[in-house]
Design a protein around this ligand. Structure first.
Ligand code: NAP
Length: 516
């Protein structure tokens, strides 16, 4: 019997020993900078037939190349799909206990190498230590939780008895799952989608985000090390724009598990709906997408707590979380006072290289930096700039925490996902108006409400239309099986990663009835 699932604790970096271990891990990872990595197809590390490579850059220091990666083409994608297709014929019949055991073994190894996995994220995607550590903890949680969940789904399923028949209902896998993750939770989300597919008996073609291929490569190495049979997990690195359509449209692709922007998510949904010649199923798609998440601060709120929650949600990991607070909606009675408290805190935020563990580091790349600065220019006409509004010093993609006040609920900076450290503040007449504003975008991912009034809390529970609602706490930091995660409306298919319904999405139920 496995012990009950419990979340992996976070590392305390004020403890000298942990600090030392993290510094050592950073050194070790830094010494591997510039290594050449390969594709992983059918259990072998191979080169792309394209003969081309691309670099993964350290966003804290643009001159540093974290790693060199194969730029896969459609021939590689085809090889990967064929390998996954072949491996599926055996893997689907592997006992669920053995599949679960592989995940548990991976969890153990990852726990032993926590600092190292975190260090890769510090360098490759600019997370500070605590953010990187939380990403590793979430990844370990997925391994532990989905292993247990598979065992639960493999149990005999209850049915109503019927005279003269012996009836059974059980779950079987789907086939080849194409996994397309984003770069912002480059370990947790990438691993979560991949291992959910694997443990349920599917085989995977993983195409990681081009800003985070090193972390995906370390994960695939780990799965090879713990004995995952060849072909079950295939890795092809390269631009989504070049191989994404091919993978999604392929007649042998049975399912696509995607997390990323609304634009690409909708494209995948549309492409996957078209049947290709030779295709004999309707593709299943999970598409978890963007957000324009709001925190509501009511006149009856604990304002100190609320200010701390807003800062953490809006500027933690530079605002690059789908769950990040990008709209702050404050009831007019406390608007001026609360705004002052938030701005004072934001001005004190220090920015610098992620390996030096500043609260804020760089945004992911030059294109993101340009896009965010463009939105800041738009914001200068749509609101009152209270702080930030420009780049910060350094040889990376640094942007100061930026706050715009008096923004209209319909302004572009209040409607469009910016995905950076930019907060739009909107004034509401009262609590009801605040909820109306909060619901006034096409998204519906996370949201928080700060109020001490029970009736208002109950009202928010009924009316604030988001997949993850938080009361009197920040709107980021969902934990596996504590806060199953996924959004409504254009935020996605609400697949609830880290929840008890999640694995069902990778399975199909088979009903068998035998006449006695
Ligand atoms: P993105 O640009 O949509 O990219 C996501 C993935 O799609 C990447 O692996 C990308 O590959 C790939 N891709 C690009 N073009 C493709 C195509 N034509 N076909 C198939 N795949 C393609 O998103 P991102 O910038 O990585 O991530 C940020 C977004 O993710 C934000 O909108 C954020 O809100 C969202 N997000 C949502 C959740 C959630 O749970 N709802 C969680 C995290 C992030 P390349 O990197 O090679 O382009």
């Amino acid at each position: 019997m496995l012990p009950e699932f419990r979340n992996e604790p976070f590392t305390c970096f004020t403890c000298e020993e942990n600090k030392r271990k993290m510094e050592e891990a950073l050194k070790r990872v830094h010494s591997r900078f510039g290594e050449r990595n390969k594709l992983y197809i059918n259990g072998e590390w191979v080169s792309s037939s394209s003969g081309e490579t691309f670099n993964s850059i350290n966003p804290s220091n643009k001159d540093e190349v974290v790693g060199v990666f194969e730029r896969a083409n459609t021939d590689d994608a085809e090889r990967a799909i064929q390998a996954a297709l072949k491996a599926f014929e055996e893997w689907r019949f592997y006992p669920p206990e053995e599949r679960a055991a592989i995940l548990l073994k991976a969890a153990k190894r990852m726990r032993e190498r926590k600092f190292e996995f975190a260090a890769w994220m510090v360098y490759e995607v600019g997370k500070n230590w605590a953010e990187a550590d939380a990403d590793v903890a979430e990844a370990i949680d997925y391994l532990e939780f989905y292993a247990r969940e598979m065992l639960r789904y493999s149990e005999r399923q209850p049915l109503t008895p019927y005279p003269g028949e012996m009836n059974e209902y059980f779950y079987i896998p789907l086939g080849v799952v194409v996994v397309i993750p984003p770069w912002n939770f480059p370990l947790a989300i990438m691993l979560g989608m991949s291992t959910a597919a694997i443990v349920t008996g599917n085989t995977v073609v993983l195409k990681p985000a081009s800003d985070a291929p090193a972390i995906a490569t370390r994960f695939v190495e780990l799965m090879e090390e713990v004995g995952l049979p060849g072909g079950v997990l295939n890795l092809i690195t390269g631009p989504g724009g070049r191989i994404g359509d091919y993978l999604v449209s392929h007649p042998k692709t049975r399912m696509i598990a995607f997390t990323g922007s609304r634009e690409i998510g909708l494209r995948i949904v549309e492409l996957a709906a078209k049947t290709s010649p030779g295709q004999i199923w309707i593709k299943r798609v999970i598409a978890e997408m963007g957000g324009k998440d709001a925190i509501i601060v009511d006149s009856e709120a604990e304002l100190e707590d609320a200010a701390a929650g807003v800062i953490a949600s809006a500027f933690g990991y530079q605002g690059q979380k789908c769950s990040a607070c990008s709209r702050l909606i404050v009831v007019e009675d406390v608007y001026d006072k609360f705004l002052e408290m938030v701005v004072e805190r934001a001005r004190k935020i220090e920015i610098g290289p992620a390996d030096k563990n500043y609260f804020m580091g760089p945004v992911i790349n030059g294109a993101a930096e340009a896009k965010i600065l463009e939105y800041i220019e738009i914001g200068k006409n749509e609101g009152k700039l209270l702080c930030g509004g420009e780049k910060a010093e350094g040889n990376g993609f640094y942007i100061k925490p930026t706050i715009f006040a008096d923004v209209s609920p319909t302004a572009r900076i209040a409607q469009e996902e910016i995905f950076g450290p930019v907060l739009s503040v909107i004034k509401a007449r009262d609590f009801d108006h605040a909820i109306e504003i909060a619901n006034g975008t096409q998204y519906g991912l996370t949201g928080s409400v700060y109020t001490l009034n029970r009736k208002k809390i109950e009202k928010a529970k009924r009316l604030f239309h988001v997949g993850n609602l938080y009361i009197n706490r920040k709107c980021t930091g969902a934990l596996v099986d504590v806060h199953p995660f996924g959004g409504f409306n254009m935020s996605g298919t609400d697949s609830k990663a880290g929840g008890r319904d999640y694995l069902l999405l990778f399975l199909q139920g088979k009903s068998v009835s035998e006449r006695l």
